[in-house]
Design a protein around this ligand. Sequence first.
Ligand code: CA
Length: 236
Amino acid sequence: MTVKKVLVVEDEPGIRDMLRLALETADFECLEAGDIADAYQQVIHNSPDIVLLDWMLPGGTGIELLRRLKKEEATQHVPVIMLTAKAHEDNVIQGLEVGADDYMTKPFAPKELIARMRALLRRAVQENVNDELRVGELVIELSSHRVLVNGKTLEMGPTEFKLLQFFMSNPDRAYSRAQLLDRIWGLNVYVEERTVDVHIRRLRKALQAGAPHYSDLIQTVRGVGYRFSDRGIALA
Ligand code: CA
């Protein structure tokens, strides 16, 4: 197994030392940054496999860095776990909306953090093995986080991307809004079910912009929720 590099973005030396010890004991290589400018430079130059991101940092919050990382093509595939000081629900929801892959509330058990990191890294490896999901001329390139229709890149947010990836990996199955919240937004997060509808609408719009009929792939299942299927659809 190759050693995985983790970037710890945290301004409190005590927590940083605790994390370094736990991570090195678990055979991770540990990089450290105390503010978002330094953290951004390290992501670019040192290519960490995963980032642990504190919320409150000097010179800018973790959410600013997260937004930047998830926007830029070179960095948007790097998994990010947010570390929040308290169970600030708003922070957590905002972070997940912007594209954080998971979060932990301080104080947390390093063992649980490491288990979650390993789960995310396994997922990232699987994505690299099967780099592409395809239905008709709709293609998701997982390593570059790009969605294409007929070779044209579609613009969509990180949540829409996750939704589409989930649907394309699980076609012809109906999912309730609660199931989608669970799979896309994660457990233990309170998000209203209508949030799902908002993102479904955005996803359909993005697909529609790609080519006619592609938005029909996301089907409303009355009384249940949503399904992804290409049966009976004329994909151009
Ligand atoms: Ca802090």
